[in-house]
Design a protein around this ligand. Structure first.
Ligand code: FE2
Length: 265
């Protein structure tokens, strides 16, 4: 078998890729929808200052669900991978999510709006999963998604034990997508956050990293709401051959691959 094109990512590589026509098309598709929902501000990231966090989130929530049904993703996800130089043979993907991270004005434990730090494997995602994360607007470093590379191969105490993908899916299927946030396993003990990697990014640039990296838990310390789109891919032959990142600490049961799609021809 030929080597996987994602080998460097399985070894922990984290990179910010330049914007491409496909990532720009994703941003161009989402931006007017947000502007329409949040007309009070010139920039959607400032609407929270006018409306308050709760109203802003209520406005955007239906869109978060609606865009998951958008049929345009298939072609754009495939195109984006190809533009970044990846062979898409055997690659499957999940439907992109629109994420909203309000400004974090509290000085508490960071347990507010962003999901706490986690590996996607704790939620029964594949060790061969690659995450693609795209900010819809220019992003200062203090609003960026943090990754903790020091824990790539080091176990972290977490709540994945008892996480059963099918069971969680049954429970959340008819709820709004925030249900996922409530039930997704997270760290259960403090860990060393001093090694975090955060990148200032421009709109439509793409952060690419293994879903096995410890990531998230970010407090948005900027003055604007952060809007981003992300999706996940898995090269199925790699997953089937056990190629990817070895599991160091997930006790999750089941597999999220039942929700991944092949690219339409
Ligand atoms: Fe994640």
């Amino acid at each position: 078998m030929t080597a996987s094109p994602f080998q460097d990512i399985y070894h922990g590589a984290v990179s910010v890729k330049p914007a491409t026509p496909a990532s720009q098309a994703m941003v161009a598709a989402m931006d007017p929808l947000l502007r329409k929902l949040l007309p009070e501000a010139e920039h959607p990231g400032d609407a929270e200052h006018v409306l308050g966090k709760e109203v802003m989130l209520q406005r955007v929530m239906p869109l978060r669900m609606k865009i998951r049904m958008w049929t345009g993703w298939n072609a754009l996800v495939k195109q984006l991978l190809e533009e970044q130089g990846y062979d898409t043979e055997g690659v499957i993907f999940d439907t992109p999510h629109l994420r909203v991270a309000p400004i974090d004005v509290e000085s508490g434990d960071g347990s507010g709006d962003a999901p706490a730090a986690h590996r996607d494997t704790w939620s029964a995602h594949s060790g061969a999963q690659v995450n693609w994360w795209i900010p819809l607007y220019d992003l200062p470093r203090e609003a960026a998604l943090p990754i903790f590379p020091a824990y790539f191969k080091a176990a972290v105490a977490n709540s994945s034990s008892g996480f059963d993908y099918l069971e969680i899916k049954r429970r959340t299927l008819f709820q709004d997508t925030e249900g996922e946030v409530v039930t997704a396993p997270t760290t259960t003990e403090p860990f060393d956050m001093s090694n975090e990697q955060r990148f200032a990014m421009n709109a439509a640039e793409t952060l690419v990293f293994s879903g096995s990296h410890l990531h998230g838990g970010a407090r948005n310390l900027s003055n604007r709401t952060r809007f981003s789109v992300d999706f996940r891919t898995v090269r199925r032959p790699d997953h089937d051959a056990g190629i990817g990142v070895a599991n160091v600490d997930s006790a999750a049961v089941g597999s999220s691959l039942i929700d991944f799609y092949k690219f339409a021809a």
